[in-house]
Design a protein around this ligand. Sequence first.
Ligand code: ADP
Length: 185
Amino acid sequence: MAKKFVRAIFPGSFDPITNGHLDVVTRGMKLFDELVIAVGRSPIKNQLFTPEERVEMIAELIKGMPGVSVESFEGLTVEYAARKKADVILRGLRSLTDVQYEFQLAMTNRAVAGIETIFIMTSEQYGFTSSTLIREIASLGGDLSNLLPKTVHERLKQRLKKDGFTAQGSQSSIRSVSEDAILNT
Ligand code: ADP
């Protein structure tokens, strides 16, 4: 029997993309024939980088990764998945807190659109890496070289220098609202 072609989307904010996200991508690309990293244009979240900047940074990092692409999208993740004719949604898991949230999200997406979600567990060294934490550490001048790709680290430093982004500003982007379960993630 011929092997089925499997297309996955990996939706998220990626503000900015971290080594943890990239770890999920490099392991995901071994499982799927095509993997589309989908940067959500959420109207709800307070964002550090524009969707265009996030796509640009990711595009640079995935050069040479076969079957992997990146684009941004607006609106419901499940509608985007249907437009892309995706077979599955890929998400990453770091902790039990993630499991609770992601479980709800996956159940909702399956209930409304019949699409399955596949999870990849983070490598131990990235278990505590989140874009939110990174924005906070960066705003306080902490060293992020182990957690971010070099190019992203450089852009983040430039952005902080230019805008003086504060820890308080980044607080507002912490995931707390259930709208995220429906919109753009
Ligand atoms: P969202 O706002 O949709 O959670 P994120 O960019 O924060 O967007 O995360 C996108 C996906 O990547 C989520 O499934 C998240 O759990 C996963 N993820 C984030 N950081 C890591 C990490 N360090 N290791 C594994 N998965 C991660």
